[in-house]
Design a protein around this ligand. Structure first.
Ligand code: SF4
Length: 86
């Protein structure tokens, strides 16, 4: 594991059971937690970087309120919007 980012102590999921974010039965609770999380944007950027290049089947859990397939779709949309390096 790497060093903790400065936003991580403010994450709502810090005060919840991690399994909540990985079980289909608690998906709505996890999404609700992410919806009220003050560091959702930071979490989203971090997870997209961490999962870069992974197939959807190699991703798991809900992060920033998004399921693995939703994160793949968002990463593709972001990549399509990013201009090529000069
Ligand atoms: S947005 Fe990210 S940091 Fe916040 S509760 Fe959801 S998974 Fe945790």
């Amino acid at each position: 594991m790497g060093a903790e980012s400065d936003w991580e102590p403010r994450a709502v999921c810090r005060r919840l059971e991690p399994e909540l974010f990985f079980e289909p039965a608690t998906r709505s609770l996890a999404k609700a937690a992410c919806a009220r999380c003050p560091v959702r944007a930071e979490c989203l950027d971090a997870v997209l970087i961490r999962e870069e290049g992974l197939r959807v089947g190699d991703r798991s859990g809900i992060f920033a309120g998004l399921l693995p397939g939703q994160r793949v779709a968002l990463a593709k949309r972001r990549a399509a919007q990013t201009p090529p390096a000069q």
